[in-house]
Ligand binder design. Structure first.
Ligand code: UT7
Length: 316
């Protein structure tokens, strides 16, 4: 078994950008607090007529168009999400229908919160090794505006909506992701109650506990991936870290002693989009030419679960 490369990417953001000043009209907050504590200036929220399925579909279509890959070439379609439109059918099943993927395509949703997209890359790598068709779609999509409590200033200012898609190809001569995935089961630090709990399905987060977890897990995971791949961190061309808080990223950059110019992100414009955050940033980097053919991106997610996931993804 060997590995996958990134063929192409796509993304979709809702039309409406909601600035910190807009948030200050809803809860007792201000631009200075949000920017200095998180690095976020605005985020996107779905309006009427926009939804999770639509965002994922637009991102996946764009990736397929960019890659010049037809629906019948796709063997696996995974949507990483904690906010699908339906608990069943899976968002991936709706994409199978709307993208016209073959009925024998392996389609399912994956819940590993903010680590979900990188979990999905690893799962796709494993499944594609055994699949008859070697192209896979891995999408991270979230509509977190539907599960935030707009009376809780400590969470509602953080999260945004969006979807990013990666089209990958498995080949025997492609490098492995050298994925490092993990989980430290925890129900209290970051959770969204399910439909039968009798509690509203809002995000609850003990920010400081999750912050302490993040600044430990992110650099550890990045280092473990590099060790597994047998490369030094300075051989990595781009770091695509989950965009949860600019302070977490700054801490990891310092700890890992990597070039900050290789770690630029988009949190200022997107907020925290959970499973969508890594693929949204990947798409920006590919579209802007900041990640070019043959270059390696170290992708790392961390968050609810508590989970973490890292992998080294090369652009074909
Ligand atoms: O994506 C999954 C992973 N998620 C993360 O990695 C998030 C990790 N956590 C964090 O990023 C940070 O903990 C937060 C950004 C969530 C919070 O930052 P903090 O520096 O840990 O703030 P805090 O929770 O300690 O709150 C400090 C103060 C409190 O006031 P007092 O008690 O000191 O008077 C809060 O009530 O800031 C207050 N506060 C706010 N003030 C203005 C909390 N939210 C706000 C707000 N606007 N939106």
């Amino acid at each position: 078994m060997n590995g996958i490369k990134l063929i192409s990417t796509g993304s979709a953001l809702p039309k409406q950008a909601v600035t910190n000043h807009d948030m200050a009209k809803i809860v007792d907050t201000n631009d200075e607090w949000i920017v200095s504590r998180t690095g976020i200036s605005s985020r996107h929220h779905c309006s009427d007529g926009e939804n999770h399925t639509g965002l994922c579909l637009a991102a996946a279509r764009q990736a397929m168009e960019q890659g010049g890959i037809a629906p019948e070439q796709i063997g696996v379609c995974i949507v990483a999400t904690v906010t699908p439109d339906f608990l069943s059918p899976a968002a991936a099943c709706l994409l199978q229908r709307d993208l016209g993927l073959g009925e024998d395509t392996v389609c399912f949703d994956l819940n590993a919160a903010c680590s979900g997209f990188v979990y999905g890359l690893h799962v796709a790598e494993c499944l594609l090794a055994a699949a008859p068709r070697k192209y896979g779609l891995v999408i991270g999509g979230e509509v977190l505006s539907r599960v935030v409590d707009f009376t809780d200033r400590s969470t509602c200012v953080l999260f945004g909506d969006g979807a990013g898609a990666a089209l990958v190809e498995w080949r025997a001569d492609y490098p492995s992701l050298h994925a490092v995935l993990g989980c430290r089961g925890n129900q209290e630090a970051l959770y969204v109650p399910g439909v039968h709990t009798g509690q509203p399905s809002f995000v609850h987060m003990d920010g400081q506990t999750v912050f302490r977890f993040a600044v430990e897990a992110l650099p550890r995971c990045a280092k473990e991936v590099a060790d597994k791949a047998g490369i030094a961190l300075d051989q990595v061309d781009r770091f695509v870290f989950h965009q949860a808080n600019q302070r977490i990223i700054d801490f990891a950059v310092k700890k890992l002693k990597v070039d900050p110019d290789k770690c630029t992100g988009n949190i200022a414009r997107t907020g925290n989009t959970s499973a969508a955050s890594v693929p949204l940033l990947l798409d920006e980097l590919v579209a802007s030419g900041a990640l070019t053919s043959g270059q390696k991106a170290m992708c790392v997610g961390f968050g609810g679960g508590l989970t973490w996931a890292g992998g080294l993804l090369e652009l074909a």
